[in-house]
Write a protein that binds this ligand. Sequence first.
Ligand code: ADP
Ligand code: MG
Length: 561
Amino acid sequence: MLFAAEPLAPTIESARKVLKKYYGYDSFRPMQEDIIQNIMEGHDTVVLMPTGGGKSICFQVPAVVQEGVCIVVSPLIALMKDQVEALKANGIPAAYINSSIGSSEQHSIAGDCLNGHLKLLYVSPEKLLSDGFLAFLKRLRVSMFAIDEAHCISSWGHDFRPEYTKLRVLREQFPDVPIIALTATADRLTQRDIQQQLRLTEPKVYLSSFDRPNLNLIVRPGQDRVGNILEFLERHRGEAGIIYCLSRKQCETLAQKIQAKGVKAGFYHAGLTPNQRSAVQEGFLKDDLQVIVATIAFGMGIDKSNVRWVIHYNLPKNIEGYYQEIGRAGRDGTPATALLFYSFGDVMSLRDMLTKENPQLTQLNLTKLERMQQFAEAASCRRKILLNYFGETLAHDCGNCDICRNPPTTFDGTEIAQKALSAVVRGRERLSISLLIDVLRGMRNQAVISGGLDQIKTYGAGRDLPYLDWYSYVHQMLNDGLIFIAYEEGYSLKITDLGREVLLGQRPVSMKKFQPAEKAEKKPRGRKAAAAAPAPASREAQLFEALRTLRKRIADEQGVP
Ligand code: ADP
Ligand code: MG
């Protein structure tokens, strides 16, 4: 195919013409124009824009306007394929080379590059850095390098690709070719890594707002997740959505349970063959599959605008990952839901995982996990916390997260705190969270009896409160610094100096009571909604079951029989 290459001056007017002619769009989005201008002036550029913000156009349009070929580095075969097909459909000559392309086809693509027919060539980092490829590039006129999903370069990030770190050779071997790095991850450390590792020279950094006001952020306690998800699906019939799980096994079993309810669901994880994976992706893109249950391997670069909700079955490892994943919902700008299940058990298993994973980064990863945990336990506007993390401030509470919709009420929690603190001390600071709650609620299970904990004075002093309330109060005490968790001592709770002051009556404690999570989501009003509310008896049974599961998990994780 020959490109209708009218000679174009690299001006913003030509860029606008290209946008209209090949993409059919009338105008650039606010930041795109500045970015394109900067790129066409030949500067290194860093683009930090949320998923769906329109990063591709930022390098594709200048690639068309400028002479030569733009080399795009992209981490996933599926991503390259999608983008190249979209470009070709718009009439822009583009191709991709990776391990899936046969050698004769590679030859013909190389030919198109050499005779100047291609405007964009997508390559995997492995291919780019392989023998001879850089030498081949030297024979071309390369207009620029675009490093897509550039956060893959940072080991602080969530999609670290070791091959990305070798991309510094681009600057060494092509000192005059501008480099454009693009990502939806905006935290400071990742940003710094991108600039340093790619050896960018005084790049202009474009950070667009990460606010997604149409996302309704909800966090629920992690009890009876499956039941809650099935209920959620009832309320969201026919809507496309993604459920993120931590393990492959979980993906498969949950997908089965959802299928059993007559919902078209598929699962996706790194254990599938490439063919299976692309079949699931296609099925989802074409709306043949309504729900995908996946590990975080799913979704990078997927351009599906009508995803109405994203559920996190487990707590994500950090806010960057969480933000990126929820960003796959509501890309069309209409209301969408991001529901996160949170339990302290998740924090513990993630802590274990992160501790074993990468010794050098353990401290950092644990700090990131803590921020994630604080988000999940927050009692104030969640969107504010999220945006704060990315260095943005929000003047008002968002009004569209569960906390804003159902603000917790504040009350004098001194007596509650004293009961708990007293049990902590009388249990000789050896109680884990769940054991503490058992003691307070006067449960007679083995851990309580064998530890002689039914003999201490505060045993049963908190019978009047349900498990979930205690669970929330103990976490508030942790966040307020009245107690802390000695991770190295079987996760037992210890009292702090501040906690002692409370125990001695020298300091009052204010606590928050959260509304039932169900109310946080928009629900149909009237009789139907009332009928859908769980009956008190089943709620009690649910709590009991939740307690058992949680205790079993904690025991499993601590290796307690
Ligand atoms: P990102 O890479 O930032 O996640 P994409 O580049 O895939 O986002 O763009 C997301 C969607 O926005 C695409 O469907 C794209 O065509 C559309 N888009 C981008 N820029 C514009 C624009 N100026 N006007 C209208 N739609 C746009
Ligand atoms: Mg993209």
